[in-house]
Design a protein around this ligand. Structure first.
Ligand SMILES: Nc1ncnc2c1ncn2[C@@H]1O[C@H](COP(=O)(O)OP(=O)(O)O)[C@@H](O)[C@H]1O
Ligand SMILES: [Mg+2]
Length: 242
């Protein structure tokens, strides 16, 4: 049984297509003597309702893979189907579609200093073509922020927030468009234990309630307990651990 089959051998919700299918994806940085292969023929299926942890040493290619699945980086080889949209090495229109529909939690938050927390969250729904009124957006934002202990910061600007608070806003933003796929790049890296657990609980709850999938890059072993599967990137390839 190869890894893709074994990852699928646990029961999935009937009739629902995978959130993401990665087939034959290789990736290299640089050219000539500087060429460095980071991913080699990676295969992965992310089924609905699953919380999957992606781990591996620093420089293993975790961020590279996550940004390929999230359509933030263009593919070189192979293809990735994300929520039914096929990404190849030539799919800018498809990439825009994927970016609107998924939730991506960047390692460095990626918040704009001049845009308030509420505007950031509302903007996410606008970009996803969700027609929410100001009141509706506020209600939705507060519902998410409350679960992250961040509701009092609804009208704050990023400069007024600590690193850990910014990270929680980045998590909230990734959930505003009701994504069927959440990609998180070390989303708890600057959080203490209590805040990390709030983030993991929130993502896990979203996954179960919406039959969504989450692929979360982390080194945090406390999060491993919450994972349906743990995958390790080693020498450019996937190794299934659980
Ligand atoms: N823009 C880039 N140009 C050249 N090499 C890069 C670039 N981004 C990442 N790399 C290299 O690719 C490898 C994988 O990086 P990355 O995907 O960020 O790993 P991880 O997230 O697992 O730490 C590392 O050796 C890194 O130095
Ligand atoms: Mg990384």
């Amino acid at each position: 049984m190869d890894m893709v089959d074994s990852i699928r051998s646990t029961p999935v919700l009937p009739g629902l297509a995978p959130a993401a299918v990665v087939r034959g994806v290789s990736y290299a940085y640089g050219d000539g003597a500087n060429r460095k292969v980071v991913l080699e023929n990676v295969e992965l299926v992310l089924d609905p309702g699953k919380f999957v942890v992606l781990t591996g040493h620093s420089g293993a290619g975790k961020t590279t893979l996550l940004t390929l699945i999230g359509a933030i980086r263009s593919l070189q080889n192979g293809y990735i189907d994300v929520l039914g949209v096929r990404l190849t090495n030539d799919s800018e229109r498809q990439a825009r579609e994927v970016r609107r529909r998924i939730g991506f939690i960047f390692q460095d938050h990626n918040l704009f200093g001049a845009i308030s927390v509420f505007r950031t969250l509302w903007l996410t729904t606008e970009l996803a073509d969700m027609p929410l009124s100001r009141m509706e957006a506020m209600e939705k934002a507060l519902g998410i922020l409350k679960k992250l202990n961040m509701s009092e910061h609804l009208h704050a600007f990023p400069g007024e927030l600590s690193t850990g608070q910014k990270q929680r806003i980045a998590v909230a933003r990734a959930l505003m468009n009701d994504p069927k796929l959440i990609l998180g790049d070390e989303p708890t890296a600057s959080l203490d234990h209590a805040a990390s657990m709030l983030v993991v609980d929130l993502i896990k709850e979203h996954v179960l309630r919406n039959s969504a999938s989450a692929l979360i890059v982390t080194h945090d072993e406390r999060i491993f307990d919450f994972a349906d599967h743990i995958i390790r990137l080693e020498d450019g390839q996937m190794v299934l651990h659980k």
